[in-house]
Design a protein around this ligand. Structure first.
Ligand code: SAM
Length: 293
């Protein structure tokens, strides 16, 4: 879909774009192709797209043969998309708030996409569902959407997302840097950040006032922590970062026994004076394993 086509659709339908919904549409064919290439799609893939807008990315996702579920909050756009993609049998379109949709399904045993989950060899525990997220996310809700998906027991095997550059930098940040924090840890626990490429503002219509980047996240396999330990990890890092400049031990002892904390800190050679921002993802993960024992 070219910029001219986008302008024509908007004009013909008298559609005024809504800034609060992050309606900056990507019209650059090269960038769209790069995003889809990063997703490494095959015809057997199931893809969730959040915020299809006028469908420039949807078009390429469908062309890969993958099955696509697209969730769009703006009913004027879902009306357009239903007409535009009327002949596509591999597309399901939902008019919904994607964050609400995911939160409603947070406790599901199945993936948020309702992909049937195959059983493991022993016939008991369900294996992770194989599906992907590919989306140019609405920037204002990108972080909570990614955290929701990253912590879901059946989260996608890969996420290829366009985000505000500053948010992407927080996700890939190393410990002891300004960008490192809760977002790095809540997403990094189960996802390994990969390639990141910047997308110039001129590739969007209208051009956003912030910088953008596309980031690939791949699910860690096997998961570093099980579901119970993951819940503890979330509580632990939230408490540890509740006051960034305070000593982590002081913050944690408001919720966990001080003796146990001292013993775990000693085992991992963490100084009792350490602040959370100096502690790496690996050390937080290990601390959580010890605390869960
Ligand atoms: N994918 C399109 C593209 O690349 O041109 C549009 C991307 S635009 C950055 C974000 C889209 O997300 C808009 O179409 C907007 O209406 C939609 N949106 C905003 N908030 C949403 C939400 N909470 N749930 C679902 N869609 C949302």
């Amino acid at each position: 879909m070219t910029l001219t086509e986008m302008r024509e659709i908007l004009k013909a339908r008298d559609l005024q774009l809504t800034k609060s919904l992050g309606q900056n549409f990507l019209h650059d064919a090269n960038q769209l192709r790069r995003i889809v290439a990063a997703a490494e799609l095959s015809a057997t893939d199931k893809v969730l797209e959040i915020g299809p807008g006028l469908g420039p990315l949807t078009e390429l996702l469908l062309a890969s043969g993958a099955t696509v579920l697209a969730i769009e909050k703006d009913s004027r756009l879902t009306t357009f998309l239903r007409e535009h993609f009327a002949k596509q049998s591999n597309l399901t379109l939902l008019h919904d708030d994607a964050l609400d949709f995911l939160q409603r399904r947070a406790g599901d045993v199945q993936s948020p996409m309702d992909v049937p989950i195959p059983e493991d060899g022993d016939g008991k525990s369900p294996a992770a569902a194989r599906w992907k997220l590919v989306a140019n996310l609405p920037y204002s809700v990108a972080s909570p959407i990614l955290v929701e998906l990253a912590l879901h027991p059946h989260g996608p095997e890969r996420m290829v997302v366009t985000l505000q550059l500053e948010v992407a930098q927080r996700i890939v940040a190393a410990s002891d840097t300004d960008s490192y924090g809760l977002l790095t840890l809540l997403i990094g626990l189960h996802y390994r950040p990969g390639a990141l490429f910047k997308i110039p503002a001129s590739c969007f219509f209208p051009a956003p006032d912030v910088e953008s980047a596309c980031l690939t996240l791949t699910r860690r396999d096997p998961p570093p922590l099980d579901d119970r330990q993951t819940k503890l990890f979330v509580r632990l890092v939230k408490r540890a970062f509740s006051q960034r400049r305070k000593m982590m031990l002081k913050l944690l002892k408001t919720e966990w026994p001080e003796e146990k904390l001292h013993a775990c800190f000693a085992k991992l050679a963490i100084s009792p004076q350490e602040r959370a921002e100096k502690v790496s993802l690996e050390v937080f993960t290990e601390l959580c394993r010890l605390m869960a024992e």
